[in-house]
Design a protein around this ligand. Structure first.
Ligand code: SF4
Length: 438
């Protein structure tokens, strides 16, 4: 979502102030950090990055007036407070206000300083954004933002705001614009994407499953994926879509966060381990080839050695293809911040490493099952370091750094090409193979 937002900021400022991207901070006139608050010590990292950039630009040209902005969830959470630690910052705004950037920039150019805009506006920012950009063959489309779940460790409901869904027609129009410009793969985005509940012009309610069906009907859409889902917002229609909508990737990312009911309850996730497993079983029944990924938080308050072992057994039994593990960091303003029975940093790290080690073997075992199979791969890019080799993705992966297919082809390929690839080797996350047809 942040990558999408950053791209739209560029589109906006290109249109309003004819700004364009440059290669280095020294070349820039305006430097914006679009921030995420989820990662550990997010605030500290932003302040240290701001300090680094300030020094870098000062050294490069002490006379030049660089304009600094901080957007995203740290901007939203800090607001005007941010100026106390970084007084040279000119603009602070949140993820729901970046469409005000051209106006804020005008004010800075007129001599105003330290502007902040973190009120969650009543108008939709999407109405103020320029029409879909030329985003190539793969494009993200936000369909839902914010979250009403208030998990006790998470700041998203406070920084992105309450849950809301874009109207169906707006989404379809955006998808159509994107496919007209060459997009073939559409990624539907939302903080809690499967809580999507939008309406069409006739007032017909659409959940995510119905929206996916509508998107699949847009001419030119070859692949659809969506991220990120919540187990408590799963439904049978969404599961059926995996069997019935050929364009939908056979991949689901369904974070559970803990393998212990007691911890899940403390996190207020709104589901149990057994309920989660029921959804996984249904997904596998309806779409036996589906690959699954999940996220886990290690070291949540109250995670005893016994509960951690429960998590480990859960992972070994469920065997996800991919796993995102995060070390718990307590965020001020969340309910978990004051929870007792904190786990020491050393123990958190140790458990994290143990978890990742266990997953490495599972991932490799799962990936090896693809050897000898033929996968339809969409080409992302040509590898710079290896001749006749490309990077692409099969229907089992979404857009990530890892989880790619390394494709060997003597024939020149271009981004967006679809080829059949026979898998010859498997690694922990990636696969490699040779083109057998195009
Ligand atoms: S569902 Fe996701 S975004 Fe919402 S509060 Fe929980 S972790 Fe945060």
């Amino acid at each position: 979502m942040n990558a999408y937002d950053a791209g739209r900021m560029v589109d906006l400022l290109q249109q309003s102030h004819t700004l364009s991207m440059v290669e280095t901070p020294q070349q820039a006139d305006l430097i914006i950090l679009n921030t995420c608050h989820i990662r550990e010590k997010a605030d500290d990292k932003i302040f240290s990055e701001l300090g680094r950039l300030k020094k870098l630009t000062n050294r490069h040209d002490p006379k030049k007036r660089y304009i600094f902005g901080v957007g995203g969830c740290v901007g939203q959470a800090q607001g005007a407070e941010l100026f106390k630690r970084a007084p040279f910052v000119d603009l602070v705004f949140g993820p729901q206000n970046y469409h005000h950037l051209p106006h804020m920039l005008d004010q800075v150019l007129q001599g105003k300083r330290q502007l902040h805009d973190i009120e969650i506006p009543t108008e939709s920012k999407f109405d103020a954004l320029p029409s879909a950009p030329n985003s190539g063959y793969s494009a993200a489309v936000p369909v839902q933002e914010g979250c009403d779940r208030f998990c006790t460790y998470c700041v998203v409901p406070f920084t992105r705001g309450r849950e809301w869904s874009r109207p169906v027609e707006d989404i379809i129009q955006e998808v159509q614009n994107l496919t007209d410009k060459g997009a073939m793969e559409i990624e539907l985005l939302g903080q809690n994407v499967n809580a999507y509940l939008g309406y069409d012009q006739e007032g017909v309610e659409h959940d995510l499953a119905l929206l996916i069906r509508q998107v699949s009907l847009v001419p030119g859409v070859e692949r659809i994926r969506f991220i990120t889902s919540h187990p408590a917002d799963m439904n049978n229609d969404l599961i059926a879509a995996f069997a019935e909508v050929p364009e939908l990737n056979s991949y689901m990312h369904l974070p559970i966060q803990s393998g212990s009911d007691k911890i899940l309850a403390a996190m207020e996730r709104g589901h149990t381990v057994a309920e989660y497993l029921t959804w996984i079983e249904k997904l596998k029944r309806v779409c036996p080839k589906i690959t699954l990924a999940s996220d886990f938080i290690v070291g949540f308050p109250g995670e005893t050695e016994e509960k951690f072992e429960e998590l480990l057994s859960f992972i070994k039994e469920t065997k996800f293809e991919k796993l995102g593990a995060f070390i718990y960091s307590s965020e001020e303003g969340t309910d978990a911040y004051d929870m007792p029975d904190k786990v020491s940093e050393m123990l958190k790290k140790k458990r994290f490493e143990k978890l990742m080690m266990a997953q490495q073997n599972i991932s490799l075992e799962k990936q090896q099952q693809f050897i000898g199979k033929v996968l339809r791969v969409m080409i992302d890019e040509k590898k710079k370091t290896q001749k006749d080799c490309y990077i692409g993705r099969s229907e089992y992966d979404f857009h990530e750094v890892d989880g790619v297919v390394h494709v060997n082809s003597e024939k020149e390929l271009s981004p967006g090409d679809f080829v059949d690839v026979k898998i010859t080797d498997a690694y922990e996350y990636d696969l490699s193979g040779i083109v057998i047809s195009d």
